[in-house]
Design a protein around this ligand. Structure first.
Ligand code: IMP
Length: 215
């Protein structure tokens, strides 16, 4: 049976303050008090799972075990259909600026300066190399895992479909936003007003599922 989240502290097992702020805005009105992993000085585990849910779950499990509080983690990325859904769970690694680091070289290489122009160019170059007429369909996935200290877990996945454009357009958002046009729209996530993106994004979809089930 789905377990409800009770009012009280919830660890957001992310060292990304932007993500923690977004989650705080979303869950604060429900009586949930998000505490960041950084505030609790929790370590950042390696992402060694094979799926978004695996990665979210292993980070949330470690945070719940170490803190003794329920913990929530968001793991997300871009899946390009013609590339066999890559970069997928490696989305952040494709932006590593050090060319000596193999992008899919296992855990331990997820630190360092991120350059998303480089990551977007790699997507474009791989599509061109495959076939200039290759499908440009893509989707973003957002996986959420909530783990309790007694071993119970709940998972949710959100998705937004769209197509990729080149060159990238727009200064808003982050990551691959400037090359992603959501289905039914003309503008990229990078050109959209953030509130418009947040209304239709994979993250909004996943959080709507979480709120409906757990709150
Ligand atoms: P995570 O922090 O390990 O979940 O890495 C997620 C990565 O996926 C980010 O660094 C971005 O590259 C990409 N990503 C996830 N969500 C979005 C989004 O909403 N827009 C653009 N890129 C995203």
């Amino acid at each position: 049976m789905t377990r409800k989240l009770e009012a009280g502290k919830l660890v957001i097992a992310s060292h990304n303050e932007g993500k923690v702020r977004e989650i705080r805005d979303l869950l604060g009105p429900q009586g949930i008090e998000p505490v960041s992993a950084a505030e609790l000085d929790l370590p950042e585990p390696d992402e060694i799972g094979a799926t978004f849910i695996d990665n979210a779950d292993l980070k949330a499990r470690q945070a719940a075990d170490l803190s003794g509080l329920p913990a929530l983690v968001d793991d997300s990325g871009l899946c390009v259909e013609a590339l066999g859904d890559r970069p997928g769970i490696f989305s952040a690694r494709w932006a590593l600026a050090d060319p000596r680091v193999a992008p899919e070289a296992g855990p331990g290489h997820v630190e360092g300066t991120r350059d998303f122009m480089r990551a977007m160019r790699r997507v474009q170059d791989e599509l061109e190399a495959l076939d200039p007429d290759a499908s440009r369909n893509a989707h973003f996935i957002c996986a959420l895992a909530v783990c309790w200290p007694d071993g119970h877990s709940e998972w949710f996945e959100g998705r937004v479909d769209g197509t990729l454009v080149w060159p990238p357009r727009g200064e808003n958002g982050f990551g691959y936003d400037p090359m992603f046009v959501p289905a039914g729209h003309q503008t990229t996530f990078g050109e959209m007003d953030p509130a418009d993106k947040h209304a239709i994004s994979h993250r909004a979809d996943a959080f709507a599922r979480l709120v409906a089930a757990l709150l």
